[in-house]
Design a protein around this ligand. Structure first.
Ligand code: TMP
Length: 218
């Protein structure tokens, strides 16, 4: 059985990651036999509970504790879900992964990318994305889109402009350092164009033609 592929989606809050993830999931399902969509922090019980904790606006969480909580949620998801899926040959589409911690905790919280990368290396072991789609959006536009959603902002979304500017700059730096893995997509475009750009950025990883299960009996 062939090894699967991990594809991650990154970007600022309000960039449209979840919308793209759902649309991509539908498209990839036509091309690959098994595609799973997961999100971070979350995807398994332990990590969903950490999600609730770390996003709770009523809590004060220190930057180091925050980085470790995200890494803990990630470690559990990798071991419980992602590793078995990849071993079974699945495509795993993941809404946020280590780059989120590098950008949000490393740059946004000022912990430094090197330190945050180290705890995440420990958390993820050998699991690494084959490709990362970075949705690039002006921080102000991302904030505007967030405010348009009726939901109450979570603990991180309540942060100020400087926090998001630092995150946006860190994402750009990560993309410059790894252009083969991280493909930047203009998230200011209409959703259909964002999806088309994402598919083009994944083309070389996808099997040609429809999924084997949809070909039918010979
Ligand atoms: P989201 O799933 O709605 O994007 O919420 C996740 C929030 O957590 C979002 O504000 C980004 C933040 N986050 C980090 O700060 N570090 C991380 O490693 C991850 C996965 C998310």
């Amino acid at each position: 059985m062939s090894a699967g592929r991990l594809i991650t989606i990154e970007g600022l809050d309000g960039a449209g990651k979840s919308t793209l993830a759902q649309a991509l999931h539908g498209e990839l399902a036509k091309r690959a036999a098994r595609v799973e969509l997961l999100r971070e922090p979350g995807g398994v019980e332990v990590s969903e509970r950490i999600r609730a904790l770390v996003k709770d606006p009523a809590l004060e969480v220190s930057p180091r504790a925050e980085a470790l909580l995200y890494a803990a949620a990630r470690a559990q998801l990798c071991e419980e879900r992602i590793a078995p899926l990849l071993a079974a040959g699945a495509f795993v589409l993941l809404d946020r992964f280590v780059d989120s911690s590098l950008a949000y905790q490393g740059a946004g919280r000022g912990l430094g990318v090197v330190a945050v990368r180290a705890i995440n290396d420990f958390a993820t072991g050998p699991i690494a994305p084959a490709r990362t789609l970075l949705l690039r959006i002006e921080p102000a536009l991302g904030r505007l889109r967030l405010h348009e959603r009726a939901e109450q902002p979570d603990r991180l979304e309540q942060e100020g402009e400087e926090f998001f500017a630092a995150i946006a700059a860190a994402y750009e730096e990560l993309a410059r350092a790894e252009p083969q893995r991280i493909r930047v997509i203009d998230a200011g475009q209409p959703p259909a164009r964002v999806l088309a750009d994402a598919l083009a950025a994944l083309e070389d990883l996808l099997p040609a033609g429809p999924a084997p299960s949809s070909i039918g009996p010979r």
